[in-house]
Design a protein around this ligand. Structure first.
Ligand code: SF4
Length: 385
């Protein structure tokens, strides 16, 4: 117990803790002292009680994918009758709708289409930038970069240089799932290794393309493997400083080949958030995923080191296809932040605060801004009627 108290105090003060110490906190620290230390670390790093959110839209350009991850309910194999790829005009139309609702970011996300090389992504990003220069493109991940490089027969560094020049502003942390080898191989045997995922991130950071880092928990990985995932990210961050935030989320079990496996419990999720805040002395922002864990735990997470409640995603299909059904209006999300005794603020991709809602009179009131409309789930529901 004395050891746990000492590690908590050191981490809350910004001191480095080892992976072994993080595992000790994650598995054995009493909940309230763990939460208090994480909250103290958040205050020290962020400097105030502001909690940010962003308005964005996930736009999927194709669901065709050759990688067949076992947890994925979104993809269809090439030539599958339910496979699709949206024409550029449709992607741009959805971007326009998002801009009309105040979105500052788009997350263009899709499968590893066998024909989509670097040229496709150059056209995608440059078309969006040409039409909507005010939108920041926070999209794809190392897996897509590896895939497009293979399709086009170019080096990873060359792909990064070209997609950055075409307009990609920031790399999403997609495709991290679990980075340690054992759980990663079980989940996504055809995906690049966790080390390779990090190497590509490092290469992007070194070219000035920053990113976020994510983690999907709840598919049977051990507590030690969860902490190892954090360690692998922290080591790269020590060298590059290119991860703006860390965003863990919980696996959703519907419509995929892992169906039936246990999800992470809410308590495990909250403890992981607090441990991440204490372990990542070098990552500024910590985001919780209310989309996968629900609004109540999203609100509670604000007392466990979290300073960002993520996105009002105007559209989301990937996680929704696997069963995530939590939805919110912007006004409700802001209410959650305010009633957790925090001050809400809208941010952009770079975590710059665009508008701080110091008092309830400052809150946006546009009720059209609501989250996670899934075009795919909506179509399925219409068919079921
Ligand atoms: S998670 Fe991504 S790479 Fe894996 S099958 Fe789904 S769309 Fe393909």
């Amino acid at each position: 117990m004395a050891e746990i108290d000492e590690v908590l105090a050191r981490a809350a003060d910004g001191g480095a803790i080892s992976a072994e110490e993080a595992l000790l906190l994650y598995t054995e620290a009493p909940f309230h002292p763990l939460a208090e230390a994480a909250d103290a670390a958040r205050r020290r790093v962020i400097g105030d009680n502001i909690v940010t959110y962003i308005i964005d839209r996930n736009i999927n350009y194709t669901n065709v994918c050759v990688t067949a991850c076992k947890f994925c309910a979104f993809y269809r194999a090439p030539k599958h009758e339910e496979g699709w790829a949206h024409p550029m005009e449709e992607v741009l139309r959805r971007c326009g709708e998002a801009v009309g609702l105040g979105a500052t970011q788009v997350m263009l996300q899709g499968g590893h289409h066998p024909d989509f090389g670097v040229e496709y992504y150059e056209e995608l990003f440059s078309s969006v930038k040409a039409e909507y220069p005010e939108l920041m493109i926070h999209s794809i991940g190392p897996s897509e970069i590896a895939h497009m490089s293979k399709v086009s027969g170019v080096e990873i560094g060359e792909s990064i240089r070209r997609i950055k020049a075409a307009g990609l502003d920031s790399i999403a942390g997609a495709g991290a799932e679990m980075l340690p080898a054992r759980p990663r191989t079980a989940l996504a045997p055809l995906k690049e290794s966790g080390e390779r995922w990090l190497e590509i991130m490092e290469a992007a950071h070194l070219q000035g393309l920053e990113s976020t880092a994510t983690m999907m928990m709840g598919t049977g990985e051990t507590a030690a493997e969860r902490i190892e995932h954090l360690r692998m990210i922290r080591d790269v961050q020590d060298r590059t400083g290119g991860f703006r935030s860390f965003i863990p989320w919980t696996y959703q079990p519907e419509n995929n080949h892992l169906k039936g496996r246990t999800q992470a419990t809410t308590l495990e999720y909250l403890r992981l958030l607090a441990t991440a805040r204490l372990f990542f002395h070098n990552v500024t922002h910590l985001q919780s995923s209310w989309l996968t864990t629900g609004k109540a735990s999203g609100q509670l997470s604000l007392h466990l080191g979290v300073d960002d409640l993520g996105s009002i995603m105007l559209e989301e299909n990937v996680i929704s296809s696997a069963g995530a059904r939590h939805q919110s209006r912007l006004s409700e999300l802001i209410g959650l932040i305010r009633s957790a005794d925090r001050v809400p603020a809208q941010r952009n991709t770079l975590y710059e605060r665009m508008s701080v809602h110091w008092t309830p009179e400052d809150d946006p009131t546009d009720d059209r801004i609501r989250s996670h409309f899934s075009t795919i789930v909506a179509e399925l529901q219409v068919k079921a009627v």
